[in-house]
Design a protein around this ligand. Structure first.
Ligand code: PMT
Length: 394
Protein backbone atom coordinates (compact mmCIF):
# COMPACT_ATOMS: atom_id res chain seq x y z
CA UNK A 1 0.00 0.00 0.00
CA UNK A 2 1.50 3.33 -1.03
CA UNK A 3 -1.50 5.59 -0.76
CA UNK A 4 0.39 8.11 1.38
CA UNK A 5 3.36 8.36 -1.00
CA UNK A 6 4.56 11.93 -1.22
CA UNK A 7 2.56 12.95 1.86
CA UNK A 8 4.11 14.45 4.97
CA UNK A 9 2.30 13.79 8.23
CA UNK A 10 3.06 15.43 11.55
CA UNK A 11 2.08 12.92 14.24
CA UNK A 12 1.36 14.44 17.64
CA UNK A 13 1.64 12.08 20.61
CA UNK A 14 0.12 13.07 23.97
CA UNK A 15 0.48 11.48 27.40
CA UNK A 16 -1.79 8.47 27.65
CA UNK A 17 -1.27 4.74 27.71
CA UNK A 18 -2.44 4.62 24.07
CA UNK A 19 0.86 6.36 23.21
CA UNK A 20 2.30 2.88 22.70
CA UNK A 21 -0.16 2.37 19.84
CA UNK A 22 1.15 5.58 18.23
CA UNK A 23 4.41 3.74 17.55
CA UNK A 24 2.51 1.17 15.48
CA UNK A 25 0.56 3.99 13.82
CA UNK A 26 3.83 5.71 12.82
CA UNK A 27 5.02 2.42 11.32
CA UNK A 28 1.78 1.95 9.36
CA UNK A 29 1.90 5.50 7.99
CA UNK A 30 5.47 4.99 6.83
CA UNK A 31 4.54 1.65 5.28
CA UNK A 32 1.78 3.47 3.37
CA UNK A 33 4.45 5.79 1.95
CA UNK A 34 4.24 8.83 4.25
CA UNK A 35 7.11 10.88 5.63
CA UNK A 36 6.33 11.15 9.36
CA UNK A 37 7.55 13.80 11.81
CA UNK A 38 6.66 13.16 15.43
CA UNK A 39 5.94 15.87 17.99
CA UNK A 40 5.43 14.71 21.58
CA UNK A 41 4.14 16.39 24.67
CA UNK A 42 6.28 16.09 27.79
CA UNK A 43 3.78 13.58 29.20
CA UNK A 44 3.71 11.63 25.94
CA UNK A 45 7.47 11.17 26.28
CA UNK A 46 6.92 9.63 29.73
CA UNK A 47 4.95 6.77 28.15
CA UNK A 48 7.11 6.09 25.07
CA UNK A 49 10.60 7.44 24.51
CA UNK A 50 11.28 9.84 21.64
CA UNK A 51 14.01 7.40 20.57
CA UNK A 52 11.31 4.85 19.61
CA UNK A 53 9.71 7.30 17.19
CA UNK A 54 13.04 8.54 15.90
CA UNK A 55 14.06 4.96 15.09
CA UNK A 56 10.70 4.22 13.43
CA UNK A 57 10.44 7.40 11.37
CA UNK A 58 14.11 8.13 10.69
CA UNK A 59 13.38 11.76 11.62
CA UNK A 60 14.21 13.82 14.71
CA UNK A 61 11.43 13.94 17.31
CA UNK A 62 10.26 17.33 18.58
CA UNK A 63 9.18 18.17 22.14
CA UNK A 64 10.43 21.60 23.05
CA UNK A 65 9.26 24.91 21.57
CA UNK A 66 12.72 26.28 22.40
CA UNK A 67 14.53 23.51 20.52
CA UNK A 68 17.56 25.09 18.89
CA UNK A 69 17.82 22.47 16.14
CA UNK A 70 15.62 24.72 13.98
CA UNK A 71 17.88 27.54 12.84
CA UNK A 72 15.38 30.36 13.35
CA UNK A 73 13.83 28.75 16.44
CA UNK A 74 10.43 28.62 14.71
CA UNK A 75 9.68 24.91 15.04
CA UNK A 76 6.14 25.75 16.21
CA UNK A 77 5.40 27.17 12.77
CA UNK A 78 7.76 25.40 10.43
CA UNK A 79 6.85 21.81 11.20
CA UNK A 80 3.40 22.00 9.66
CA UNK A 81 4.30 24.25 6.73
CA UNK A 82 5.29 21.33 4.54
CA UNK A 83 2.78 18.91 6.12
CA UNK A 84 -0.34 17.49 4.46
CA UNK A 85 -1.95 16.86 7.86
CA UNK A 86 -1.37 17.15 11.58
CA UNK A 87 -2.67 14.00 13.26
CA UNK A 88 -2.79 13.88 17.07
CA UNK A 89 -3.03 10.29 18.31
CA UNK A 90 -3.57 9.77 21.15
CA UNK A 91 -5.27 13.09 21.90
CA UNK A 92 -5.92 13.43 25.63
CA UNK A 93 -8.87 15.25 27.21
CA UNK A 94 -6.42 17.98 28.19
CA UNK A 95 -5.19 18.38 24.60
CA UNK A 96 -8.78 18.47 23.25
CA UNK A 97 -9.58 21.21 25.77
CA UNK A 98 -6.53 23.22 24.73
CA UNK A 99 -7.33 22.82 21.03
CA UNK A 100 -10.96 23.82 21.57
CA UNK A 101 -9.92 26.99 23.37
CA UNK A 102 -6.94 27.96 21.24
CA UNK A 103 -4.44 27.49 24.04
CA UNK A 104 -0.79 27.08 23.16
CA UNK A 105 1.40 26.22 26.14
CA UNK A 106 3.66 23.55 24.62
CA UNK A 107 5.06 22.72 21.19
CA UNK A 108 2.22 20.46 20.06
CA UNK A 109 -0.64 22.79 21.04
CA UNK A 110 1.27 25.78 19.62
CA UNK A 111 1.86 23.88 16.40
CA UNK A 112 -1.86 23.05 16.18
CA UNK A 113 -2.77 26.71 16.65
CA UNK A 114 -0.19 27.91 14.11
CA UNK A 115 -0.88 25.17 11.52
CA UNK A 116 -1.93 25.79 7.95
CA UNK A 117 -2.86 22.14 7.25
CA UNK A 118 -5.84 19.99 8.30
CA UNK A 119 -5.95 18.67 11.87
CA UNK A 120 -7.24 15.21 12.82
CA UNK A 121 -7.45 13.95 16.40
CA UNK A 122 -7.87 10.42 17.76
CA UNK A 123 -9.06 10.83 21.36
CA UNK A 124 -8.02 8.35 24.05
CA UNK A 125 -9.09 8.58 27.67
CA UNK A 126 -11.02 6.99 30.50
CA UNK A 127 -14.74 6.63 29.73
CA UNK A 128 -15.74 9.12 32.46
CA UNK A 129 -13.34 11.70 31.10
CA UNK A 130 -14.76 11.13 27.59
CA UNK A 131 -18.40 11.41 28.66
CA UNK A 132 -17.73 14.41 30.90
CA UNK A 133 -19.82 17.33 29.57
CA UNK A 134 -16.69 19.50 29.41
CA UNK A 135 -14.98 17.03 27.06
CA UNK A 136 -18.13 16.61 24.97
CA UNK A 137 -18.44 20.40 24.68
CA UNK A 138 -14.82 20.58 23.54
CA UNK A 139 -15.29 17.80 20.98
CA UNK A 140 -18.40 19.53 19.59
CA UNK A 141 -16.39 22.75 19.31
CA UNK A 142 -13.53 20.97 17.53
CA UNK A 143 -15.96 19.45 15.02
CA UNK A 144 -17.57 22.85 14.48
CA UNK A 145 -14.07 24.21 13.81
CA UNK A 146 -13.62 21.63 11.01
CA UNK A 147 -11.32 19.32 12.93
CA UNK A 148 -11.79 15.60 12.17
CA UNK A 149 -12.36 13.40 15.19
CA UNK A 150 -11.48 9.71 14.70
CA UNK A 151 -13.14 7.40 17.25
CA UNK A 152 -12.87 6.76 20.11
CA UNK A 153 -13.79 3.07 20.33
CA UNK A 154 -15.71 1.27 23.02
CA UNK A 155 -14.17 -1.61 24.95
CA UNK A 156 -11.95 -2.61 27.86
CA UNK A 157 -9.79 0.29 28.98
CA UNK A 158 -6.28 0.26 30.42
CA UNK A 159 -7.75 1.12 33.85
CA UNK A 160 -9.91 -2.03 33.69
CA UNK A 161 -13.18 -0.19 33.14
CA UNK A 162 -15.30 -0.89 30.08
CA UNK A 163 -16.75 1.91 27.96
CA UNK A 164 -16.19 4.51 25.28
CA UNK A 165 -12.81 6.21 25.20
CA UNK A 166 -10.27 3.70 23.82
CA UNK A 167 -8.19 5.11 21.02
CA UNK A 168 -9.20 3.66 17.64
CA UNK A 169 -6.87 0.94 16.42
CA UNK A 170 -3.85 2.16 14.41
CA UNK A 171 -5.16 0.49 11.20
CA UNK A 172 -8.49 2.34 11.54
CA UNK A 173 -6.70 5.66 12.11
CA UNK A 174 -4.50 5.06 9.04
CA UNK A 175 -7.60 4.27 6.97
CA UNK A 176 -9.38 7.42 8.21
CA UNK A 177 -6.33 9.52 7.34
CA UNK A 178 -6.00 8.00 3.84
CA UNK A 179 -9.73 8.54 3.24
CA UNK A 180 -9.42 12.13 4.47
CA UNK A 181 -6.57 12.92 2.07
CA UNK A 182 -8.05 11.23 -1.04
CA UNK A 183 -9.96 13.17 -3.70
CA UNK A 184 -13.71 12.39 -3.70
CA UNK A 185 -14.77 12.01 -7.37
CA UNK A 186 -17.60 9.64 -6.36
CA UNK A 187 -19.11 11.91 -3.68
CA UNK A 188 -22.90 11.71 -3.88
CA UNK A 189 -22.89 8.30 -5.62
CA UNK A 190 -24.30 5.16 -4.02
CA UNK A 191 -22.63 1.90 -5.02
CA UNK A 192 -24.21 -1.46 -4.26
CA UNK A 193 -21.84 -4.42 -4.50
CA UNK A 194 -21.56 -8.13 -3.92
CA UNK A 195 -18.36 -9.92 -2.86
CA UNK A 196 -17.07 -13.26 -1.65
CA UNK A 197 -18.45 -16.72 -2.35
CA UNK A 198 -21.93 -18.01 -1.58
CA UNK A 199 -22.58 -21.16 0.43
CA UNK A 200 -25.36 -23.50 -0.62
CA UNK A 201 -26.16 -26.02 2.13
CA UNK A 202 -26.69 -29.72 1.39
CA UNK A 203 -27.30 -30.67 5.00
CA UNK A 204 -26.52 -28.99 8.38
CA UNK A 205 -22.77 -29.61 8.03
CA UNK A 206 -22.06 -29.71 4.30
CA UNK A 207 -22.51 -27.36 1.41
CA UNK A 208 -21.38 -26.17 -2.00
CA UNK A 209 -19.10 -23.15 -2.13
CA UNK A 210 -15.96 -21.94 -3.96
CA UNK A 211 -12.54 -20.55 -3.14
CA UNK A 212 -13.32 -16.84 -3.47
CA UNK A 213 -11.75 -15.09 -0.47
CA UNK A 214 -13.63 -11.81 -0.89
CA UNK A 215 -10.32 -9.89 -1.07
CA UNK A 216 -10.92 -8.38 -4.53
CA UNK A 217 -14.45 -7.24 -3.66
CA UNK A 218 -13.42 -5.86 -0.27
CA UNK A 219 -10.46 -3.98 -1.80
CA UNK A 220 -12.84 -2.50 -4.38
CA UNK A 221 -15.41 -1.56 -1.71
CA UNK A 222 -12.66 0.21 0.24
CA UNK A 223 -11.39 2.07 -2.85
CA UNK A 224 -14.92 3.20 -3.73
CA UNK A 225 -15.53 4.46 -0.19
CA UNK A 226 -12.15 6.25 -0.20
CA UNK A 227 -13.26 7.93 -3.46
CA UNK A 228 -16.29 9.31 -1.64
CA UNK A 229 -19.04 6.84 -2.63
CA UNK A 230 -21.60 5.49 -0.19
CA UNK A 231 -20.92 1.76 -0.43
CA UNK A 232 -23.34 -1.03 0.51
CA UNK A 233 -21.50 -4.34 0.40
CA UNK A 234 -23.53 -7.55 0.32
CA UNK A 235 -21.02 -10.18 1.34
CA UNK A 236 -20.92 -13.94 1.26
CA UNK A 237 -19.07 -15.76 4.06
CA UNK A 238 -15.49 -14.41 4.26
CA UNK A 239 -12.94 -13.85 7.03
CA UNK A 240 -12.23 -10.18 6.35
CA UNK A 241 -12.80 -7.01 8.38
CA UNK A 242 -15.31 -4.50 7.02
CA UNK A 243 -13.45 -1.82 5.04
CA UNK A 244 -13.41 1.74 6.38
CA UNK A 245 -16.57 3.65 5.54
CA UNK A 246 -18.43 0.65 4.06
CA UNK A 247 -21.85 -0.64 5.15
CA UNK A 248 -21.82 -4.45 5.14
CA UNK A 249 -24.68 -6.95 4.91
CA UNK A 250 -23.72 -10.58 5.54
CA UNK A 251 -25.46 -13.38 3.63
CA UNK A 252 -24.79 -17.06 3.03
CA UNK A 253 -26.68 -18.28 -0.01
CA UNK A 254 -27.21 -16.92 -3.51
CA UNK A 255 -30.88 -16.45 -2.80
CA UNK A 256 -30.11 -14.42 0.34
CA UNK A 257 -27.64 -12.35 -1.70
CA UNK A 258 -30.28 -11.86 -4.40
CA UNK A 259 -32.85 -10.69 -1.82
CA UNK A 260 -30.39 -8.31 -0.10
CA UNK A 261 -29.45 -6.78 -3.47
CA UNK A 262 -33.03 -6.40 -4.67
CA UNK A 263 -34.01 -4.69 -1.40
CA UNK A 264 -31.31 -2.05 -1.91
CA UNK A 265 -30.95 -1.65 -5.67
CA UNK A 266 -33.48 1.18 -6.08
CA UNK A 267 -31.12 3.53 -4.20
CA UNK A 268 -28.01 2.52 -6.17
CA UNK A 269 -26.36 4.58 -8.91
CA UNK A 270 -23.89 1.78 -9.60
CA UNK A 271 -24.10 -1.99 -9.08
CA UNK A 272 -20.93 -4.11 -9.09
CA UNK A 273 -21.03 -7.92 -8.93
CA UNK A 274 -17.70 -9.17 -7.64
CA UNK A 275 -19.17 -12.17 -5.82
CA UNK A 276 -18.50 -15.66 -7.10
CA UNK A 277 -22.16 -16.63 -6.82
CA UNK A 278 -22.93 -20.35 -6.95
CA UNK A 279 -24.85 -20.92 -10.16
CA UNK A 280 -26.58 -23.97 -8.66
CA UNK A 281 -27.97 -25.04 -5.28
CA UNK A 282 -29.24 -28.39 -4.02
CA UNK A 283 -32.93 -28.91 -4.78
CA UNK A 284 -33.43 -30.14 -1.22
CA UNK A 285 -31.55 -29.38 1.99
CA UNK A 286 -31.57 -32.31 4.42
CA UNK A 287 -32.65 -31.39 7.94
CA UNK A 288 -30.27 -33.94 9.46
CA UNK A 289 -26.71 -34.85 8.62
CA UNK A 290 -26.76 -37.25 5.65
CA UNK A 291 -25.33 -40.60 6.79
CA UNK A 292 -22.58 -42.31 4.88
CA UNK A 293 -23.62 -45.41 2.90
CA UNK A 294 -21.77 -47.87 0.70
CA UNK A 295 -23.38 -46.48 -2.44
CA UNK A 296 -22.50 -43.03 -3.78
CA UNK A 297 -24.48 -39.87 -3.10
CA UNK A 298 -26.21 -37.85 -5.81
CA UNK A 299 -27.29 -34.30 -5.08
CA UNK A 300 -29.85 -32.85 -7.49
CA UNK A 301 -29.10 -29.20 -8.28
CA UNK A 302 -31.22 -26.35 -9.54
CA UNK A 303 -30.28 -22.93 -10.96
CA UNK A 304 -29.79 -19.93 -8.69
CA UNK A 305 -31.00 -16.49 -9.77
CA UNK A 306 -28.45 -14.52 -11.81
CA UNK A 307 -28.31 -11.41 -9.64
CA UNK A 308 -26.28 -9.24 -12.00
CA UNK A 309 -28.36 -10.11 -15.08
CA UNK A 310 -31.55 -9.36 -13.17
CA UNK A 311 -30.27 -5.99 -11.89
CA UNK A 312 -29.03 -5.02 -15.37
CA UNK A 313 -32.42 -5.74 -16.91
CA UNK A 314 -34.39 -3.58 -14.43
CA UNK A 315 -36.26 -0.72 -16.16
CA UNK A 316 -34.30 1.85 -14.12
CA UNK A 317 -31.10 -0.19 -13.92
CA UNK A 318 -28.07 1.35 -12.22
CA UNK A 319 -24.74 1.51 -14.06
CA UNK A 320 -23.85 -2.20 -14.00
CA UNK A 321 -20.36 -3.64 -13.67
CA UNK A 322 -19.69 -7.38 -13.78
CA UNK A 323 -16.65 -9.49 -13.08
CA UNK A 324 -15.72 -12.50 -15.16
CA UNK A 325 -13.56 -15.22 -13.64
CA UNK A 326 -12.40 -17.56 -16.39
CA UNK A 327 -9.82 -20.31 -16.59
CA UNK A 328 -9.29 -19.79 -20.36
CA UNK A 329 -10.32 -17.55 -23.33
CA UNK A 330 -10.77 -14.56 -21.01
CA UNK A 331 -11.37 -11.99 -23.78
CA UNK A 332 -14.01 -14.01 -25.56
CA UNK A 333 -15.98 -14.99 -22.43
CA UNK A 334 -15.71 -11.56 -20.80
CA UNK A 335 -16.94 -9.73 -23.91
CA UNK A 336 -19.73 -12.26 -24.17
CA UNK A 337 -20.79 -11.40 -20.58
CA UNK A 338 -20.61 -7.67 -21.35
CA UNK A 339 -23.08 -8.14 -24.22
CA UNK A 340 -25.34 -10.93 -22.90
CA UNK A 341 -25.87 -9.32 -19.47
CA UNK A 342 -26.08 -5.81 -20.99
CA UNK A 343 -23.33 -4.41 -18.78
CA UNK A 344 -21.38 -1.17 -19.06
CA UNK A 345 -18.11 -2.70 -17.87
CA UNK A 346 -16.72 -6.18 -17.21
CA UNK A 347 -13.60 -6.77 -15.15
CA UNK A 348 -12.05 -9.96 -16.48
CA UNK A 349 -9.56 -12.06 -14.58
CA UNK A 350 -8.18 -15.54 -14.87
CA UNK A 351 -9.15 -17.73 -11.92
CA UNK A 352 -5.50 -18.69 -11.47
CA UNK A 353 -4.55 -14.97 -11.26
CA UNK A 354 -7.26 -13.60 -9.03
CA UNK A 355 -9.00 -16.13 -6.85
CA UNK A 356 -7.86 -16.39 -3.26
CA UNK A 357 -4.54 -14.51 -3.44
CA UNK A 358 -3.46 -10.97 -2.57
CA UNK A 359 -2.67 -9.91 -6.14
CA UNK A 360 -4.62 -9.89 -9.37
CA UNK A 361 -4.23 -9.14 -13.06
CA UNK A 362 -7.35 -7.83 -14.73
CA UNK A 363 -8.51 -6.59 -18.11
CA UNK A 364 -11.35 -4.05 -18.24
CA UNK A 365 -13.79 -4.59 -21.11
CA UNK A 366 -16.22 -1.87 -22.19
CA UNK A 367 -17.72 -0.63 -25.44
CA UNK A 368 -14.43 1.10 -26.26
CA UNK A 369 -12.45 -2.15 -26.10
CA UNK A 370 -10.08 -3.93 -23.73
CA UNK A 371 -7.97 -2.07 -21.16
CA UNK A 372 -5.43 -4.30 -19.38
CA UNK A 373 -4.15 -3.26 -15.94
CA UNK A 374 -0.75 -4.47 -14.71
CA UNK A 375 -0.51 -7.29 -12.16
CA UNK A 376 -0.58 -5.65 -8.73
CA UNK A 377 -1.94 -5.98 -5.20
CA UNK A 378 -5.72 -6.12 -5.04
CA UNK A 379 -5.63 -2.69 -3.34
CA UNK A 380 -3.83 -1.23 -6.37
CA UNK A 381 -5.99 -3.11 -8.88
CA UNK A 382 -9.08 -1.76 -7.08
CA UNK A 383 -7.72 1.80 -7.40
CA UNK A 384 -7.26 1.21 -11.16
CA UNK A 385 -10.82 -0.06 -11.54
CA UNK A 386 -12.18 2.94 -9.62
CA UNK A 387 -10.17 5.35 -11.80
CA UNK A 388 -11.68 3.76 -14.93
CA UNK A 389 -15.17 3.82 -13.43
CA UNK A 390 -14.83 7.49 -12.51
CA UNK A 391 -13.86 8.25 -16.12
CA UNK A 392 -16.84 6.30 -17.46
CA UNK A 393 -19.26 8.00 -15.07
CA UNK A 394 -17.94 11.32 -16.30
O1 PMT B 1 -12.62 -13.17 -3.82
P1 PMT B 1 -11.21 -13.28 -4.34
O2 PMT B 1 -10.48 -14.48 -3.80
O3 PMT B 1 -10.44 -12.00 -4.17
O4 PMT B 1 -11.31 -13.53 -5.91
C1 PMT B 1 -11.84 -12.54 -6.76
C2 PMT B 1 -12.71 -13.12 -7.86
C3 PMT B 1 -11.85 -13.96 -8.79
C4 PMT B 1 -13.83 -13.97 -7.28
C5 PMT B 1 -13.31 -11.89 -8.63
O5 PMT B 1 -12.28 -11.12 -9.16
C6 PMT B 1 -14.25 -12.33 -9.74
O6 PMT B 1 -13.85 -12.58 -10.86
N1 PMT B 1 -15.57 -12.41 -9.42
C7 PMT B 1 -16.60 -12.95 -10.33
C8 PMT B 1 -16.58 -14.43 -10.25
C9 PMT B 1 -17.68 -15.07 -11.03
O7 PMT B 1 -18.49 -15.73 -10.45
O8 PMT B 1 -17.72 -14.82 -12.28
P2 PMT B 1 -18.89 -15.41 -13.25
O9 PMT B 1 -18.25 -15.36 -14.57
O10 PMT B 1 -19.38 -16.71 -12.80
O11 PMT B 1 -20.07 -14.38 -13.11
C10 PMT B 1 -20.16 -13.22 -13.93
C11 PMT B 1 -20.78 -12.08 -13.16
O12 PMT B 1 -22.13 -12.39 -12.82
C12 PMT B 1 -20.09 -11.75 -11.86
O13 PMT B 1 -20.10 -10.35 -11.74
C13 PMT B 1 -20.96 -12.41 -10.80
O14 PMT B 1 -20.92 -11.69 -9.56
C14 PMT B 1 -22.34 -12.30 -11.43
N2 PMT B 1 -23.25 -13.41 -11.07
C15 PMT B 1 -22.96 -14.68 -11.44
C16 PMT B 1 -23.84 -15.69 -11.13
C17 PMT B 1 -25.03 -15.39 -10.43
N3 PMT B 1 -25.89 -16.33 -10.10
N4 PMT B 1 -25.28 -14.13 -10.06
C18 PMT B 1 -24.42 -13.13 -10.38
O15 PMT B 1 -24.66 -11.97 -10.02
Amino acid sequence: MTELSGKTIVLGVCGGIAAYKAAELARLLIKAGACVHVVMTANGARFVTPMTFQALTGNPVWLDPWDERRANNMSHIELTRSADALLIAPATANMLAKLAHGMADDLLSTLALARDCPLLVAPAMNKQMWSNPATQRNVAQLKADGISVIGPDTGVQACGEVGEGRMSEPEAIREALIAFLQPKPLAGKTVLMTAGPTYEPIDPVRGITNISSGKMGYALARALAMAGARVDLVSGPVALPTPFGVTRVDVQTAREMHLAVMQRVAAADVFIGVAAVADYRPVEVANDKIKKTDVGLSVALTRNPDILAEVASLPAAPFCVGFAAESQRLDEYAVNKLRSKRLKLVVGNLVQDGMGGDTNQVVLFDDAGAHPLPRASKTEVAAGIVAHLVQMLG
